[in-house]
Design a protein around this ligand. Structure first.
Ligand SMILES: Cc1cc2nc3c(=O)[nH]c(=O)nc-3n(C[C@H](O)[C@H](O)[C@H](O)COP(=O)(O)OP(=O)(O)OC[C@H]3O[C@@H](n4cnc5c(N)ncnc54)[C@H](O)[C@@H]3O)c2cc1C
Length: 317
């Protein structure tokens, strides 16, 4: 069986969970086995809808000890569930949660693992999974030759496919101890879709000269329903919060559309964004390196181009 851990922070299933189930179903078909999903914690809303995306069964470990994230407890819970259900392959989302679980789970299950898979596996005699390497400049193919396998799936690597029907949710009787962690403070970063899951991203750099000029960036993002991001110096100087920093040392993203405004396109920035499906660059310097990575480019002053874009989008809606 393929077991997919469906993340549900605050009891709400994430888009990444639907992607992971869709992927898990395809892996299960490849291996000729069933695909099941597991959720952790109490009050997970609408877990049965995971059936629509390919889970033939949905299980829940409804312990209140799993309501907050604790990597050790989650690893134990998922590994025990895999053991009880006879699942040899576990699929996770490559989110901060999934990243922290992937290695631990692989050790616990004595499994071969690939973290950050970007493509569907092949299984012609040997089980192979692809992932981007060298900051997305190359694709590596990994062979997993252990019976147990743990794979975490990059966000936006495939579209969730709603092809099935809702299923019932079965409680799994697995003992979970108390967490050794207590949460001192928890802060929500806003209403926007988190960057790793965002399909549309509007990002700006040091060329904007100061935090007081971000109003137009937020307005453009608001009109498009996009998430805002920034280059590293912008976050380092405190113009924008650190969670918006994308790149080699920031968040790695792969949205459908990345609009880069007044960002030079340094290699360390590109490392985190060059897997975006479409890149639009707005820069007043025609020699800015970012234009080499762009699908569309506007050579112009951001303070003229962005307000005109906003007007154009407003008048077209
Ligand atoms: C180890 C290491 C890791 C790093 N990790 C990251 C990372 O994760 N993410 C990251 O972003 N950087 C990272 N950096 C920094 C990176 O090398 C660059 O310095 C940084 O990306 C530059 O940010 P920027 O493009 O916003 O600023 P700048 O390099 O100052 O570029 C500003 C751009 O804005 C344009 N511009 C200016 N005014 C306007 C205007 N009015 N209209 C339009 N365009 C205008 C300019 O032509 C220029 O291209 C890292 C560096 C190191 C050494």
């Amino acid at each position: 069986m393929v077991l997919v851990y469906a993340e549900s922070p605050g009891g709400q299933l994430k888009k990444a969970a639907f992607e992971a189930i869709t992927y898990g179903k395809k892996v299960a078909d490849l291996l000729g086995v069933d695909c099941a999903a597991i959720t952790l914690g109490t009050n997970v809303a609408d877990a049965g809808q995971l059936g629509k995306y390919g889970a033939s069964k949905v299980y829940n470990i409804g312990s209140a000890n799993l309501d907050g994230f604790d990597s050790q407890l989650y690893t134990k819970a998922i590994a025990d569930a895999a053991g009880q259900l006879g699942a040899t392959t576990v699929i996770l989302s490559h989110t901060s949660t999934g990243k922290s679980l992937c290695g631990r789970l692989a050790v616990r299950m004595d499994a071969g693992s690939v973290s950050g898979a970007s493509g569907l596996p092949t299984n012609d005699g040997s089980f192979k999974v692809t992932k981007g390497v060298f900051s997305g400049k190359a694709v590596a193919t990994y062979e997993i030759n252990t019976e147990n396998k743990v794979i975490s799936l990059m966000g936006n690597a495939l579209k969730p496919e709603d092809t099935g029907a809702e299923v019932g949710v079965d409680a799994l009787g697995i003992e979970v101890g108390a967490s050794a962690l207590t949460t001192a403070q928890s802060k929500q970063s806003g209403e926007m879709v988190p960057l790793p899951e965002a399909e549309l991203v509007v990002s700006a750099g040091r060329g904007l000269k100061g935090p007081e000029n971000w109003g137009m960036i937020e307005e453009l993002a608001g009109i498009l329903g996009a998430t805002t991001a920034c280059s590293r110096p912008v976050a380092d100087t405190g113009w924008r919060p650190h969670h918006e920093h994308v790149g080699q040392t920031g968040v790695a993203i792969r949205p459908n559309l990345y609009i880069a405004i007044a960002i030079s396109g340094a290699i360390q920035h590109l490392a985190g964004v060059n897997s975006s499906k479409v890149i639009v660059v707005i820069n007043k310097d025609p020699e800015a390196p970012f234009f080499k990575a762009a699908d569309y480019g506007v050579v112009g002053d951001a303070f003229e181009v962005v307000p005109r874009l906003i007007e154009a989008f407003k008048s077209s809606t």
